[in-house]
Design a protein around this ligand. Structure first.
Ligand code: CMX
Length: 134
């Protein structure tokens, strides 16, 4: 049901300031950037093998990433695992006692469906389920 590490999310204050590190210094392929309205973030993706690194920059002060940056500074924000059935992944997590952070899957970057699990239920790791859109 969970079939790959889709991406690792890294909170940054500025994507423009961080882009040269990932693209030019580390030499990763830049896949583009977009604003994800549902999460109040701008994101940029870099390909690394079968997975990606996602940089997250808040677009408003009430973005979850703004709060994260204020508390922790820049750094790893979440782990996203791919699934071919996000409804089933949510149901399994929920029946295992994990708190889902939305009542339904939400629209994420790249037209994907996304859902988050509360980090306090997963040993301090904010876990994201992500499913390619149809
Ligand atoms: N990883 C690990 N722990 C985290 C965390 C994260 N990314 N974000 C918050 N926490 C911890 C906090 O440190 C805090 O712990 P303590 O109680 O020990 O201090 C606790 O969770 C509560 O955090 P908070 O700062 O008080 O914030 P809220 O309770 O208001 O919100 C959360 C926390 C996880 C519910 C909220 O950030 C959320 O809904 N996140 C999911 C959505 C999201 O992060 N979207 C951005 C990514 C979008 C994308 O990839 O497209």
């Amino acid at each position: 049901m969970l079939n790959k590490i889709d991406h690792i999310g890294i909170a940054v204050r500025s994507i423009d300031a961080s882009l040269p590190l990932y693209r030019d210094v580390l030499g990763l392929e830049f896949l583009g950037d977009e604003v994800v309205e549902s999460q109040r973030v701008r994101v940029a993706f870099f390909k690394i093998g079968e997975s990606m690194i996602e940089l997250l920059e808040p677009t408003s002060d009430d973005s979850p990433v703004a709060k994260f940056l204020e508390k922790n500074g820049e750094g790893i924000h979440h782990l996203a695992v791919g699934t071919d059935d996000i409804v089933a992944a949510r149901a399994r997590a929920s029946s295992g006692g994990l708190r889902l952070l939305s009542d339904t899957p939400l629209d994420g970057a790249h037209g994907k469906l996304i859902s988050f699990v509360h980090p306090k239920d997963t040993q301090g790791v904010l876990l994201e389920f992500t499913q390619r859109g149809h």
